[in-house]
Design a protein around this ligand. Sequence first.
Ligand SMILES: [Zn+2]
Length: 760
Amino acid sequence: MAKQQSHPAQAPNLKSHNTARTVHTPGTNGNAHATYGVTHKLALFTALDTITISSQVQIDKGAVVISTLGKWLHPHEKLRRVWPYYYDPTKKRLFVRTSAGFSQHRYNCLQPTVQRVITTLPQLCYRVECFEGHYGFYVPRGQHNVLEESRPPTPACFQDFLDSQPGWSRDMLCTLESNFSYEEIASKLRESQHHPSSACDGSVANNQGTFGWSMNLKNGTTIIEGSGPAYGLPMDSYRAEAYGKCSILQFLFLLREYYDLTLAPMQVYCDNEALVKNVNKAREQSRPQFPNDALKVSWDVLQAVVRLAKLLPQITFHHIRGHQDTQVVLDELSRPAKLNVQADKLAGSYQCLSSHKNIQAPMMDGTNCHLIYDGQTVASKHRKHIRDHRRTKELKTYIKQKTGMSEAAFFADIDWQSHERSVNTFKDGPHIFLVKFLHGWLPVGKLVSRYNLIKYPSACPSCDEPVEDSKHFLTCLNPERSKWHATLTTSLWHRCESVDTNPALLDLLLWGLNHWLQGAPIPAHRVPERIAHLLHSQTSIGWDNFLLGRWSKHWTTLQLQYLQRNHIEVKKKNHGLSWSSNIIRLMWDHCYKEWKTRNSARHGKYVEDKAQRRLETAHRGIRDLYDLKPRCSLQAQQHYFYPTVEDHFCRDTDARSLENWLETYQPMIMQNIRHQRNNSDRRLRQIDDVFHLIRTVPPRDPTPTMAPRQRTPTLTTRPINTYFRPHRITSPTPTLETPTTTARTTSTSYNPTTTAPRPP
Ligand SMILES: [Zn+2]
């Protein structure tokens, strides 16, 4: 990073102040190859890590610098390291760093020469090595100045000065229009009696942003106007207007720098209130920028605006309501409102001239880093973009496998942009419905019955279909449920007519949907030949996927061709993503309404209805469990069930009690049945086969209370002979004198609860 020059032999009575220096070469002319001690070698290696070694420098294997290092590569203010001595060759003064700044001395003088203390060094200073003697400072000869940097030529005019700025600044000021010269503009902005004002506005079309701004004087004279591109995705009016504001400030800043003028106070108006608030708030902040600040929306432009605003304290920012010319005649508008209208026109004009949507944003001063995604600068929602980038591939693979589409159909044919736009702009129902609908996760009978067949039947709630799946939910032939087919068709027809849809496309759209809903194939020979490739493409994708918004790319292409062929004005709504997503959202809206209809059929529509459905569901579940009663053990039958299901319903009449009973006893009953089945498979005899039940379980209320039911202690703690006596008695027949003897005899003859072998 730095090069060092040799110094002459040290004077005997001089004390070295060069403790910070690490590289030394002995001898004035550098001819002698002196060998350094270990300490010096280590220091040399350390220094060489940071030294840019030119071809003039030679170092032998012993790490000794052979030739001189030459001039310093960088001026002192660009180095991180603090240096104690600086020399100004123009005035021949030495500056010594002190706690208060720099003391100024004449060097090579035998008298104390402290003159005054300064805080900022002259620009042409360079670092020197110095020794302090008894009578002053001594600077060895032969120290080198800073290398001359190749400085750009001084701009001949302000336009040259603009052209010499970095790329982002040139983009900001790429289109400046004025009837005045820059000198005249500078003089007008210097005089405060002119009361200059300015306004900016942004324009966004198809994710491409532009800005425009206008500046005028109190008498209404427009002195200069500007417009240009706004970069980054996602583009919105906030970002586009921030670009406009940055452009005004950059112009004023450069004008001030070039003409060395003091700007008059100026108001800058903007119709984005959030931007005005954010800039004013950030401008007053004194804290440094934190790394997390970079995650703010459009931070790169915002920090540039704030940085320039701090440099131009006479500029103030205000909010103005935009597009006031739609309600009031232009001449009657206030001055800021007129400026805003003018800025809006400039931004719109530049929108028609430019196509820069896919260009990466140039990095502004102070930004330091950009997140680039698919070649685009990400302006906001950084975390979401990173998550999307990480997971989109896996998600698409999952959808492809689930739908069974071919690789070509999935990746090449489907218009994913229309699908994405539709998902992002769907507002007619909850987002969770859309996610489940698109991925086939709606809780239809087929799906929920997997969790609990007794509680959730798999049958359709509206017809006799035994299994209700995602397709049947849409194609159910119940008269009430199938009404939506006609409603959907009518709505689609009206919507497509209103957005100049190609009649052939409209026919195919309605035709394809109706055939899919009725489960019939589309007769391809009836489709016009010019859209046959569309039919082929959409059929390979699937018409069920058509309803899910996975359209072929040919839909939008053919629509645009139709508009151009018939000289129909191409508007925002009748082509491209807006057109396709508009129709897709309409279909999803009808699907959501049909889902609500289906849920009414399943759970009831009104309060009484819902209570009745709830009771019926509980009855059905309990009846199913009573059907399983014979498969339970005798104990379980007595413990869990009433004698008959009718008795149960007489005892518990409300839905809540029945649901509680189901929640509590269904797992136990099912576990008992599994246990019984396992024992049967292993040919283990049941205890009921060996013992008669001689004592019943004390009657209990099967309806659980709110507190968890305690297991009846009598079943486990009392001796088994409390309840049973043996069917048959193994020989020799013992004398059954007491119950204790009986129990002992029984346990030695056969105990079904142990795995010990039966005694011979
Ligand atoms: Zn049905």
